[in-house]
Design a protein around this ligand. Structure first.
Ligand code: SAM
Length: 297
């Protein structure tokens, strides 16, 4: 294969790939925000380098076989605009490894930070026994919640049977099958009388016009995971309308709506949303208590 050299080190390959990605004008929105991090993720995947690899590991020459594998993946990143996590089938959420493929959205929600903080100060962690994740996709939020609350049972709900297959795989990998239940359901419809201390969701929230303008990278993700009707509020409306019936006294609803935040504020003026702050970036996540939801009905 042209361009392969016996002397190229892992570090040099990152430089080379980052340059190619930069020139190709790719879009970064799936866990990285620049060409260098995308290149490093691919090199680390092919060479099985861990994040804590010593500097010497980056100075070793890379075999021609590994270089050829890398070249193929880089080609797909450029030609197909394939997000890196779909190429490596691996990503991290709240410090936990997740299998991902094109059946599910690539996990990137700022909710990871909220879960790591055990939803404090909005609820006392010690009282949390049941959690529901609506639109679970890869299961990342449900799994991270189960890890953060070792005494809680978690329902991981999705309308997509394909997504639930991925969620089940991740649930099994993390050995959480006894506490995390995958539920095929349109929002709450399959949950009947179940009630929760926390309902958390990263639902679809992209409006019709915005969908048309998304960078090519996002077209590899299931449309079901992104599109939410004309104004992007289809799922949010259901969550706000039906959550009170499924929340216990003192329970909370926490929902990511991204840049649909403005539309949410406009459409639901009477709801006293608390918009969460994040130290690691991101936003557009609101919290409401059951009592706040019920009061304005
Ligand atoms: C934005 S993705 C979030 C995936 C995952 N929770 C994450 O944060 O990476 C939204 C998920 O909601 C699911 N979904 C869409 N409509 C739904 C519905 N009516 N009921 C339940 N899940 C739905 C999609 O299949 C998709 O997996």
């Amino acid at each position: 294969m042209p361009g392969l050299s016996q002397k190229l080190t892992a570090a040099a390959l990152v430089d080379k790939l980052a340059g190619r990605f930069r020139r190709a004008g790719l879009y970064y929105g799936h866990g990285t925000d620049n060409p260098r991090d995308d290149a490093a993720a691919l090199v680390m995947h092919v060479l099985a380098l861990q994040p804590d690899a010593p500097p010497s590991a980056w100075r070793r020459p890379v075999s021609k076989v590994a270089q050829a594998r890398l070249a193929k993946l880089a080609e797909r990143r450029i030609r197909e605009r394939m997000p890196v996590p779909y190429l490596t089938q691996r990503c991290w959420f709240a410090g936990l490894p997740m299998h991902v493929d094109e059946r599910v959205l690539v996990p990137r929600s700022p909710l990871a930070e909220t879960i790591e903080q055990r939803f404090q100060p909005w609820i006392a962690p010690g009282r949390v026994r049941r959690i529901c994740d609506i639109g679970t996709g890869s299961g990342c939020i449900a799994i991270a919640c189960a890890r953060a609350f070792p005494r809680a049972r978690v329902d991981a709900v999705d309308i997509s049977p394909e997504a639930l297959q991925v969620a089940l795989l991740n649930i099994a990998t993390h050995r959480l099958g006894r506490r995390v239940r995958a539920v095929l359901s349109n929002h709450f419809s399959g949950l009947r009388g179940d009630t929760y201390d926390i309902i958390v969701s990263n639902p679809p929230y992209v409006g019709k016009t915005e969908m048309k303008g998304l960078p090519a990278e996002y077209r590899h993700e299931p449309a079901l995971a992104l599109a939410a009707g004309r104004d992007g509020l289809d799922s949010v409306r259901v969550l706000l309308g039906q959550a009170p019936r499924h929340l216990r006294a003192g329970g909370i609803l926490v929902v990511e709506v991204g840049n649909t935040e403005h539309a949410v504020r406009r459409h639901f003026r009477r709801l006293p949303f608390t918009w969460l702050d994040f130290t690691r970036g991101g936003g557009g996540v609101f919290m409401l208590t059951r009592e706040q939801l019920v009061q304005v009905r």
